[in-house]
Ligand binder design. Structure first.
Ligand SMILES: Cc1cc2nc3c(=O)[nH]c(=O)nc-3n(C[C@H](O)[C@H](O)[C@H](O)COP(=O)(O)OP(=O)(O)OC[C@H]3O[C@@H](n4cnc5c(N)ncnc54)[C@H](O)[C@@H]3O)c2cc1C
Length: 381
């Protein structure tokens, strides 16, 4: 067993961290205020190979392992978790197209998606179904020319902003096996968007409903096989959960780093905050918790890379543990900044707001516990 990152892994982390520090962190607050991320950022990330981190090299991707990819998200989140998480969603979609798309679809969609000339969004959730995603109602009807989609997707990150949407819709009977996945490019007739959602965090990335009104797409836009869409959507989620956990980890680490500096500067009762042993112990607790979270996340990623039979359970456990630890640490950092932690200028309150949603999406942390408990009970027999 080897816990040390390889030289290549260190280089990947450093590359992402340096890019984030130079090209994302200085603008993160402005992008949050504007509610959008400039389109010009994405091709820069694409040029680093971050548009298809675990897309196969034979398809033009970077062919990295899941573990390597978590290093990228951890490092970028130190600059802005909202930007990093958006990149994770794009990568999840690109991987779905690589893994399940036809050769024709891969050739048509991937080159621009991997260079991030185009960005992709993932459309599973609906107004009436979130955790119970297999209950989705958006219909896909096959016609002579292709498919027509009708329905509404809710909470779509990049809705009205992205160039194409990977959409799970019902082409058959009730239940998961009646669901297929489709690619819907922006501009298709019958595709429209709801208003911009006003959110607690992740404010830099636009979230909107994505609406389909008899939206016509060609037959070639069916992703993979009919009736397999739910399986494809779930296949993307194990890795997505690791990425989101990595985003919590990186941002919480950035909050801890900032807190360490702040406590050396801020004076109270004639000494700097870092002289109070009660506060030193809180720093130690945060360090212990983040290190435990980091090891747990890497182990889950390692299992996913090896196709371990318990990988899904470990991804779920890591997602719940790391996102909750990240939020707890970020909140403690805010407290240690006193009133200044509550002010936007110090950057901590944004981290607290951005990380909160990581306990809700890519499967809520209750659903993560459901996955873990179900498997424990099954194993007990
Ligand atoms: C900012 C943001 C961005 C998002 N981006 C996307 C996106 O890009 N694409 C996309 O498809 N979706 C996206 N989502 C949707 C997200 O995945 C869902 O919100 C999430 O899956 C939860 O679904 P829900 O909101 O319908 O909550 P519900 O499913 O209604 O759950 C409500 C509560 O009940 C709990 N609960 C539900 N069922 C059970 C159960 N069986 N046992 C125990 N507890 C249960 C939940 O954990 C939760 O606490 C996004 C959401 C947000 C907030």
């Amino acid at each position: 067993m080897d816990f040390a990152p390889s030289e290549e892994q260190r280089a990947i982390f450093d590359l992402a961290r340096e890019f984030g520090a130079e090209h994302i962190a200085p603008h993160a607050r402005t992008w949050e205020a504007e509610g959008t991320i400039p389109r010009t950022l994405w091709p820069e990330l694409g040029a680093l190979g971050f548009g298809g981190l675990y897309v196969r090299e034979s398809s033009g991707g970077s062919g990295l392992s899941r573990l390597d990819a978590t290093l990228v998200f951890e490092a970028l989140s130190m600059a802005c978790p909202s930007v990093a998480a958006f990149l994770s969603i794009h990568n999840m979609c690109a991987k779905m197209i690589d893994a399940f798309g036809s050769e024709e679809m891969r050739a048509r969609v991937l080159p621009e998606a991997l260079s991030m000339q185009t960005v992709l969004s993932y459309c599973l959730t609906e107004p009436g179904s979130g955790s119970d995603a297999a209950a989705l109602k958006t219909r896909a009807v096959r016609g002579a020319e292709g498919w027509a989609l009708t329905g509404t997707k809710a909470f779509i990150s990049g809705g009205g902003y992205s160039d194409a949407y990977v959409v799970m819709a019902r082409s058959g009977a009730a239940g998961p096996k009646g669901i297929s996945a489709f690619l819907v490019e922006d501009g298709r007739p019958g595709l429209s968007f709801g208003g911009l959602e006003d959110k607690m965090g992740w404010r830099a990335q636009p979230t909107r409903q994505v609406q389909f009104d008899n939206c016509a797409i060609p037959a070639a836009n069916l992703l993979g096989e009919e009736g397999h869409g739910f399986r494809y959507a779930m296949a993307g989620l194990d890795g997505g959960r690791l990425n989101i956990a990595a985003c919590s980890l990186g941002a919480a680490q950035a909050a801890l780093d900032a807190t360490l500096s702040y406590m050396g500067e801020r004076q109270a009762f004639g000494q700097s905050l870092d002289r109070f042993q009660a506060l030193q112990f809180r720093l130690a607790d945060m360090e212990i918790e983040l290190q435990a979270a980091r090891i747990f996340l890497r182990q889950a990623a390692w299992k996913l890379d090896r196709g371990a039979t318990d990988a899904t359970r470990f991804c779920a456990m890591a997602k719940a543990f790391v996102t909750e630890t990240g939020s707890k640490v970020a909140d403690a950092c805010l407290q240690l900044h006193g009133g200044y932690g509550y002010l936007a200028d110090y950057g901590i309150e944004k981290i607290v707001r951005d990380l909160r949603v990581h306990q809700i999406l890519e499967g809520t942390n209750e659903i993560m516990r459901l996955i873990v408990a179900r498997q424990l009970l099954e194993a007990r027999g």
